[in-house]
Design a binder for this molecule. Sequence first.
Ligand code: FAD
Length: 549
Amino acid sequence: MPGELSISAAARAATLDRLERERFDLAVVGGGITGAGVARAATLAGLSVALLEANDFASGTSGRSSKLIHGGLRYLALGDVALVREAALERKQVFRIAPHLAEPRWMVVPARSRMALAKFRIGLSTYEKLGAVEAPDRHQNWSGSELAREEPALNRERFPYACAYREYLTDDARLVLANLRAASGAGAALLNHAPVEAMLLEGGRAVGVEAACRLGGRRVRVRAGVVINAAGPWVEAVQRLEALEAPPMLHLSKGVHITLDAARLPVRNMVVLSAADRRSLFVIRRGDLVYIGTTDTSYARGAERWPTIDREDVDYLLEPLPRHFDLGPVEARHVLGAWAGLRPLIGAAGTEPQELSRRDEVSSGAAGVVTVAGGKLTGYRPMAARVLEAAGRVLGRTPASSEDGPLPGGDFSGDLASLSAGLERETGVDARTAARLVRLYGTEAHAVVTRGPNPVAPGASLLAGEVDWGVMEEGAASVRDLLYRRTRTALYEPGESERVLGAVAARMAELLGWSGERTAQEVSKMRARLAADLDFRDATLPQEELGSG
Ligand code: FAD
């Protein structure tokens, strides 16, 4: 399986040759979870697939979510029963094929009164029925002493009651990469940093796409039986390549997350907070950090890769903390990192983003391009199945269904603790590193360590092998690709990024043949990006200086 996603110069050139030479069943535009899920499902069904991603895989919404595989309990209140049912059931399926990317965790719901708790539990029981949740995973009422043990920082005078229910914590970008690697292992041709700029039309029908390779400037014409538009917040722009007059369909909504040191906000599980406007926010523990999200505000500026994070977004997320926890002051200056994404919601006139359905919509355009929009990370498999059905109608054949086995790294029972202990024993990495690696790479963590078991820089936790793996097996083509979306250092260990930056750039330069000038540029672009994430604290940096990835 390894090798296909390599972007060493030779492999990238070979992929470009292949894209130009072959005629594919599907040409997928967009390498987020939607495109990746379609590519995997299609290859499993015996179809040949090309996938083109304008920037880096998962650099759009799919790397910037709350990272939950969840049924979206709150959408029950909107009456979206079918959607909630599908997503709630999907939790088990994602756990089955990628247990390292679907870690069961308790979501703690604090309540001020028995009545409030009882009301919440009615909704929860319906949710668990819809998701066919089995007895050991059903919600629990936590007594005062359990709450004190599990979430000691919660203000128990204000919230004397609580219940806890199961949701699954994922890593969104790594879920995308795992699906892409599965597709690539089954023969798909995948290319990042290659925006689709034109539709190939013959007799009014789309017969392929034309893309530009941003790393070398070469243009490729990719011929396919059907084109799939899976461009997330950018689907309307791709629709306009098909027909200039495509009607608007999306309502973009911005969602911001911020990270804090867990020593400042000592949460152990995942906790639901009530924001000033009564929306639910999540506080989620991940290693030594906690992240808080998310906002949900209409975004009128158009699809941007790095939507602005404003001071008011950060203040909105910090506001509930003193109402829920006994803590010292937590202010914007304590925020260590932040990310923002755009939800590509299906619009409905006069409806606020938080009331818009999270359902997906599959449609066929004037030239036969199949567009998929909306949806959730959680429901990517059923969404891919619906896209394949529509693609089958254009191709004039029904794609075969096939065994849906584990994703790369997902071939184990689901016991992460044993996997981590085994990695520690067999490779000699410390317990903390082992625990981090198995969550990112599952059973492939062993192969990652074998590539380079030593820290990439003195005092760093990132291993040299992670850099090599990210470049040679997962298509990282810039330092930002590597630290934001392969190792996730920029999100989960922001302090580490500065420590490893020079060493990562130097190793990538060796692997990819960068000049000294290119290497220096990579370092400064990464620094600028990290600073821009925290722009809300002080100066602003123009977006164009940061590059697109
Ligand atoms: P994207 O991930 O944006 O992918 C589209 C890709 O298309 C991009 O990478 C883009 O570069 C590429 N592209 C665009 N134009 C072109 C072109 N011309 N040529 C080639 N490529 C192109 N869902 C959950 O299930 N759980 C959650 O916890 C959750 N939390 C969320 C929190 C936030 C703040 C947000 C914003 C969303 C959240 N979601 C969650 C929803 C989920 O993240 C999205 O539904 C999902 O990631 C959308 O994936 P996508 O592949 O459709 O879009």
